[in-house]
Design a protein around this ligand. Structure first.
Ligand code: CO
Length: 131
């Protein structure tokens, strides 16, 4: 397992890229829409991991409400797993509160979120990369 990415919610990806890409010098891998989650994301590799800038594209999602209420900043930490179904089954066995009981489609594979209430205040995303 490794930290796949750290998700940072931003109002405007292009504006955020002027800091993270141009000023900080991180390489930009891609900017891509994730229609299922009503966001646009930018991935900037940092070693084995990535910074993921996330801009909501609709106002009726959890992440849009997060941005409205708490402002820009760290939103979630994503851990890569080999088998997301097995990871979710294990979490359920331990009665951990989940947002997604079943995986859904993310930018790079199947993803599922653990509720912050289940993870001591941190929104955790799990990802199983599609091969
Ligand atoms: Co993410």
């Amino acid at each position: 397992m490794k930290i796949d990415h750290i998700g940072i919610v931003v109002c405007d990806i292009q504006e955020a890229l002027s800091v993270y890409e141009q000023a900080l010098g991180l390489p930009l891998r891609e900017v891509t829409p994730v229609p299922d989650q009503k966001v646009e994301v930018a991935f900037l590799p940092v070693g084995e991991s990535n910074v993921e800038l996330v801009q909501p594209t609709a106002s009726d999602t959890g992440i849009a409400k997060f941005l409205e209420k708490r402002g820009e900043g760290i939103h979630h930490i994503c851990i890569e797993v080999e088998d997301i179904e097995a990871a979710l089954a294990r979490l359920k066995e331990h009665d951990v509160q989940l947002i997604d009981g079943v995986p859904r489609k993310g930018a790079h594979g199947q993803v599922a979120f653990i509720h912050p209430k289940g993870a001591h205040g941190v929104l955790i995303e799990l990802v199983e990369h599609s091969t």
